[in-house]
Write a new protein. Structure first.
Length: 229
């Protein structure tokens, strides 16, 4: 595990309160093996970071697209701040190198994308508490906003389930169906696997932190497989 100061250098911020950034990288599982050293995990600060993230992104979209209706802004915001997007940005910053997790969690690949996305939000919360709103905004301008062009160019803000249904009805005359085929992990951090079908034809699987998210991911994968994007 790398030193936090390396991450600070990477994002150009030296924390006054080192406990905040240390907390941002402390996963719940780490407490199980280190209760004598650590008393808190990052879920509370993640909760704060999530709220800051939503406000900053909403403000950006409101200013960037003055003629856009709130419904469309909502779909774009969802695509920009979903688990897939945030885990990609966290990975680019190498956040996993600084994460404190249990040995079992480190060895497992399941749910890793979900943990990375949560860590990205935790870091935003830490930045907000130590440096304020404007620094949180600048961090996101550098490390998240560039992804907006990819979202718009690839129609990633389009609802995959609705579009998959539209295409399946157009080309096959049937409405897609979804089945939850697997549930993995503990109750507090469960991952669901869903399968998408057109009639009896299996098309694709998807995963997510809820059954709904797993179905959305399955629909998105089905669109790629069918080349209906």
């Amino acid at each position: 595990m790398k030193e936090i100061k390396e991450f600070e250098k990477k994002i150009g911020l030296e924390f006054k309160n080192k406990d905040l950034i240390d907390l941002a990288f402390t996963h719940r599982s780490y407490l199980n093996e280190n209760r004598d050293k650590v008393k808190e995990h990052n879920e509370r600060i993640e909760f704060l970071g999530d709220a800051v993230l939503e406000l900053v992104v909403t403000e950006m979209l409101y200013n960037k697209f003055p003629g856009m209706k709130e419904g469309e802004m909502t779909t774009i915001r969802s695509a920009l701040v979903n688990t897939d997007s945030l885990s990609k940005q966290a990975s680019k910053l190498g956040m996993e190198d600084y994460l404190k997790m249990s040995k079992g969690e480190k060895a497992s690949e399941k749910g890793r994308w979900h943990i990375l996305a949560n860590t990205f939000e935790s870091v935003i919360g830490a930045i907000y508490l130590d440096f304020g709103y404007e620094s949180s905004k600048k961090f996101l301008e550098i490390n998240l906003f560039p992804y907006l062009s990819e979202v718009l160019e690839n129609n990633l803000h389009r609802d995959p389930k609705s579009y998959f249904q539209e295409k399946a009805q157009e080309k096959n005359g049937v409405t897609p169906e979804y089945k939850t085929v697997e549930e993995v992990g503990p109750e507090h951090d469960k991952e669901y696997i869903a399968a998408a079908y057109i009639g009896k034809e299996f098309v694709a699987k998807g995963k997510g932190s809820s059954k709904k998210n797993a179905e959305i991911d399955a629909a998105a994968n089905a669109l790629k497989i069918k080349n209906w994007n």
